[in-house]
Design a protein around this ligand. Structure first.
Ligand code: TXA
Ligand code: MG
Length: 315
């Protein structure tokens, strides 16, 4: 098992030696390593059992540092960064040669983001290199939002987990691609479409599930728990599935089941997002065979929750 603690100097020293450290962000925990050291980047792919065609996001402490790793920051991206960085927002931008091809899976764009967590922010400021960090889970499984989640699955692959508590947002960053003068959201996430559009006007959304390796973030099987998740109207689903072997994942309704998780009794979407991955992991540990789940309202961060539910339900 890895050590869990808040020792920034220890995290820094390990990272400087080319080792991996799990780091907290506002979205989910990341499995971090020196992004400009190909040997370290290889370790990240190995620890996660992640296919090399799935590129990594590079984390920086501010816009000035982002500028060192991307060729240019278009006006719309700059506007969004000024407004929402640090925050749950990743840009895909043309990479400078200093970013190894391994990080971007050979693509000429790099995913770059400035996470909003005090510990990781301090770490990034003190390090002379940026951190490549995918979510700290085995490939294809639900992202971790607590140090324990990380330790349960990757504890034997890393030495240290920087403890930043439970992630505040609980769902991965929103990914935006820029082309010509337009912007396209490729992954719905912690920053809402509404927030983005208020800042820069209409954007395209292209998050259609596919198995296109050019946009692996859109792989259908992402975020899957081990139990079979079925989406729909829970009352109707209960007619079809044996109640005693079902976990119920509701937005705010109480079914009085011993195997239920109510995401937000008061109907607050931010709270629901923060709890979603915690809930999926709890169901995996329960003596049930199915997770019956319902959609949440499809607005704001609710869109990202629904997106994750659909992916979790995909075969
Ligand atoms: O909130 C987050 O973004 C978290 C925290 C740790 O920062 N990170 C995260 O990383 O979710 P990961 O690797 O689990 O998901 C990043 C997604 C991947 O699905 C990858 O395919 C996509 O971003 N991606 C990264 N770079 C890309 C690129 N250059 N072009 C297209 N997709 C890219
Ligand atoms: Mg991930």
């Amino acid at each position: 098992m890895a050590e869990i603690g808040t020792d920034l100097q220890k995290a820094k020293a390990l990272l400087e030696q080319g080792e991996l450290v799990a780091i907290p962000t506002e979205t989910v925990y990341g499995l971090a390593g020196n992004a400009v050291n190909p040997q370290t980047v290889t370790k990240i792919f190995e620890a996660k059992n992640r296919p090399h065609f799935d590129p990594l996001i590079v984390h920086v402490p501010d816009i000035a540092r982002a500028e060192q790793y991307v060729e240019e920051i278009p006006e719309k991206a700059r506007k969004l960064a000024k407004r929402f960085w640090p925050g749950p927002l990743t840009f895909l931008l043309p990479k400078k040669p200093i970013i190894p091809d391994l990080v971007t899976s050979g693509l000429n764009t790099v995913g770059i983001r400035c996470p909003d967590h005090i510990l990781t922010h301090q770490l990034l400021k003190q390090l002379p290199f940026p951190l490549a960090a995918p979510s700290a889970n085995p490939f294809g499984y639900v992202s971790p939002t607590t140090p324990k989640h990380v330790n349960d699955q990757l504890g034997d692959k890393i030495q240290y987990i920087l403890d930043g508590g439970e992630c505040r947002v609980g769902i991965e960053s929103t990914i935006v691609h820029f082309e010509n003068d337009g912007a396209t959201v490729l992954r719905l996430g912690g920053l809402t479409l509404e927030q983005i559009e208020r800042a820069i006007g209409r954007v395209n959304v292209d998050t259609i599930s596919s198995s296109n390796p050019k946009a692996p973030g859109k792989l259908k099987s992402h975020y899957a728990p081990k139990k079979k998740l079925v989406l729909g109207n829970i009352e109707e689903l209960l007619q079809l599935y044996p109640a005693h072997s079902c976990g119920l994942l509701t937005y705010k309704d109480d079914f009085n089941s011993p195997f239920q998780f109510i995401l937000s009794p008061e109907g607050n979407l931010d709270e629901a997002a923060q709890k979603l991955f915690i809930a999926l992991r709890l169901f995996d540990a329960m003596p049930i065979d199915y997770i019956l789940a319902e959609f949440v309202p499809d607005v704001g961060i609710g869109r990202a929750i629904n997106d994750r539910l659909i992916r979790a339900a995909a075969e």
